[in-house]
Write a new protein. Sequence first.
Length: 364
Amino acid sequence: MKIAVVGGGQLGRMMGLAGIPLGIDFVFCDPAANACAGAAGPVHVGPLDDPASVAAIADGADAITYEWEGVPASTLEPFVHSHFVAPSLRALATSQDRVAEKQLANELGLGTAPWIAVDDRAGLTTAIERVGTPAVLKTRSGGYDGKGQHRILSIDDGDAAWTALGPAGSLVLEGFVAFDRELSVIACRGRDGATVVWPITENHHEHGILRESRVLDDARTQARATAIVTTLLDELDYVGTLCIELFEVAGELLVNEFAPRVHNSGHWSIDGAETSQFENHVRAMLGWPLGRTDPLGAVAMLNCIGALPEPSAALAIGGAHLHDYGKSPRPGRKVGHLTLVAPDENTLQERLVAAREVIAATAR
Ligand code: AMP
């Protein structure tokens, strides 16, 4: 069997590394010749907004998937009649537009921050008046890791926000959510509609970039997150792995955004769950049964940003698993992660303290 993956970053690499033991071949397309998924299969070099890049890898593929949600739907459109392409282009296109994403969530009865689409300067003033402050102005598409966002504390910040983001095109103003926790829920739906859900994680970001995810054992919140992700998966007739980022505020869960792909907050599942988000994604692509998602203990994941820790120091920590994405170090770049698995929460806490020290010693 062969899976063609659009995008050749670390998500594609880990997808490949999960599927190779199952006898699956992988082929990738990516703009960079040295794309790190090259460790898991050949990489065709080409832009991801050009169907010719997909055509170069589609031959003989049993499924076409993507590891980057910025791939324009028009790149994949030509292949939906000849190939199994998943997650669906509706899921992809919806996730690329924060307004469509929130509209869909609200139509399905899922809560979000209050929001209003903004198309011009006058519209921004109206939106600030209606949403209130504090608020966050965001680009409707293309923003990631906190980029394309501007905080608005009072109506007087309108001009500065407009100067920063107005030229970027269509925008959305969101009420600022004073969340208690940021969570994410990841699930995978098979071709037959069977769905598995991993334990939710609590996520900590710095400068908009995910630093740590910790797996939660919280049955009440889990049940509500599972209901949210199942609602969205079923509505989209989704196949593959989906992540929804959530704000928890006063016991309520609000949808921030979703990613129609494997997600950084699910990397812990490689070493810390019975079946990883990557393996279940490739199983789903081929119509194979999905594996159980039970955690293998108390689990947390720390991102290595800018540089990798010294392997001998990281691996000296009990239950530590180091993942090096094979990318050259650069400030702000995710170059690997460290997963910690422990028999109980107290031991995990001790290991986390040690792991943070090892990572801080090398972080740039
Ligand atoms: P996003 O690109 O929407 O995931 O935003 C990046 C980060 O900014 C989130 O993980 C939150 O920490 C923060 N953020 C985004 N939107 C809001 C909001 N409406 N209220 C509070 N914090 C937000």
